[in-house]
Design a protein around this ligand. Structure first.
Ligand SMILES: [Zn+2]
Length: 108
């Protein structure tokens, strides 16, 4: 069995259609990040999972999954990106419509 840091590498097992349907219901049919409706076409929905534990984190749209991948699933890197955007240009139109995060969310 291959090992990585003395930890066995577990093979990721794709969940069943029923499991995916249950996760979709848990997320009210929305992407776990952007909260936009997930496509009914499964080719455009990604089962996101932790590569270390193989735990399923949720269902994401392609854009959000790609975004996580570009940041290598690193929370600290994503936080730095948020901080960078908030401080780089808080009145930029792309900052409109944000909710819950950031001190500039009241900008209109
Ligand atoms: Zn999304």
């Amino acid at each position: 069995m291959p090992y990585n840091d003395n930890k066995p590498i577990l093979k990721y097992k794709r969940p069943s259609k029923l499991q995916i349907s249950m996760i979709r219901d848990d997320q009210a049919g929305m992407c776990g990040i952007c909260r936009q409706p997930l496509s009914k076409d499964s080719r455009y929905v990604v089962v996101d999972h932790c590569h270390d534990t193989n735990w399923i984190r949720g269902l994401l749209c392609i854009s959000c999954k790609t975004g996580l991948g570009m940041f290598k699933d690193k929370i600290w890197l994503l936080k730095q990106a948020i901080e960078y955007l908030e401080h780089a240009n808080p009145k930029h139109p792309s900052q409109q419509g944000r909710s819950k995060v950031g001190k500039y969310h009241t900008y209109r």
